[in-house]
Design a protein around this ligand. Structure first.
Ligand code: GA4
Length: 330
């Protein structure tokens, strides 16, 4: 067995996958315009907390324009990119993920989803061509938000939740605590020498929010964990979106929809670029099962908490931790 010994890779986590991870053959693919979409979404989220969305109406041009701008940023000299950091609460980050020692083979930009918020640091990010970058981000986020609201409205219908906007209103709220992430996973040529081992780009975790909407270029790397604990890789598709259920929606549905554990592995020759919208509720919002989803005689599986409390607790955790555990009733 080859041991990961290159100095440059010393601090990274490598994993040994005995047999190659199999491709997720059961991946639910949902057409947003299909009259059955609401039912299919609920089924996919009960089973996997994850599905691929096609015919979503977001112009491909917005995706490509933002991908081009992101690559332009990530290809800048390190000293320039560093000026756009640190990533907390928003800005450029490299290798370190979160405040508690997690690392990955990754560079990223964390951004606010509210176009009005332009900090000094954000101006550094947009320095090269401020208007081009800014409008690429804003056009993309606006279109993806609209689509995410529609997905949540359909899910609410599929779950027979009333009113229909009971979920999407949390993201539509001007105080919604949503964020946006541009990830860049550089190629790692040294990986070729490490037969049978993989390098972690972004370690396994569930997203704390309500819903996450991911789009990537055509490079593979994303894997999800199925109910039986096996990991499967998700074939990339640059024209589609991948929808993830987050912890908050798991709680709001009293465990009916499951948040999905996922991770990203680095590739040896191709860079991966992903863009993710994380839809979160306002900080003061109580996160609790919607009454219509708690059957008579049943009760909430979770203690009462606000999104602020959950988020604060999440930022004290390590990426792979089971964050909902602290909020479950015994
Ligand atoms: C996972 C989902 C989003 O990317 C994110 C991540 C955040 C970060 O990168 O700073 C966290 C992670 C994410 C969950 C637990 C905490 C917080 C890193 C970490 C160890 C922006 C988010 O909201 O939670």
């Amino acid at each position: 067995m080859v041991v990961l010994s290159q100095p440059a890779l010393d601090h990274y986590t490598s994993i040994k996958t005995c047999k190659p991870t199999s491709v997720f053959t059961g991946l639910p693919v949902i057409n947003l315009r299909d009259p059955e979409a609401k039912t299919l979404m609920v089924k996919a989220c009960e089973e996997y907390g994850f599905f691929k969305l096609v015919n979503h109406g977001v112009p491909m041009e917005f995706m490509i324009r933002l991908e081009t701008e992101a690559l332009r940023f990530f290809n800048l000299p390190q000293s320039v990119k560093d000026k756009a950091g640190p990533p907390e609460p928003f800005g450029y980050g490299s290798k370190r993920i979160g405040p508690n020692g997690d690392v990955g083979w990754i560079e990223y930009l964390l951004l606010n989803t509210n176009p009005q918020v332009t900090s000094l640091k954000t101006l550094t990010i947009f320095r090269q061509n401020p208007e081009i970058f800014r409008s690429a981000v804003n056009d993309y986020i606006l279109a993806v938000k609209r689509m995410a609201f529609e997905v949540l409205d359909l899910m609410a219908e599929g779950l027979k939740i009333e009113p229909r906007n009971a979920l999407s209103r949390l993201l539509r709220d001007e105080k919604s605590d949503s964020c946006f992430r541009l990830n860049y996973y550089p190629p790692c040529p040294e990986l070729q020498a490490l037969s049978g081992r993989n390098l972690i780009g972004f370690g396994e975790h569930t997203d704390p929010q309500i819903i996450s909407v991911l789009r990537s270029n055509n490079t593979s790397g994303l894997q999800i964990c199925l109910r039986d604990g096996t990991w499967v890789s998700v074939p990339p598709d640059q024209t589609s979106f991948f929808i993830n259920i987050g912890d908050a929606l798991q709680v709001m549905t009293n465990g009916r929809l499951k948040s999905v554990r996922h991770r990203v592995l680095a590739e040896s020759l191709k860079s991966r670029v992903s863009m993710i919208y994380f839809g979160g509720p306002p900080l003061s919002e109580k996160i609790a099962p919607l009454p219509s989803l708690v059957a008579k005689g049943e009760e909430s599986l979770y203690k009462e908490f606000t999104w602020w409390e959950y988020k604060t607790s999440a930022y004290k955790s390590r990426l792979a931790d089971y964050r909902l555990g602290l909020f479950e009733k015994n």
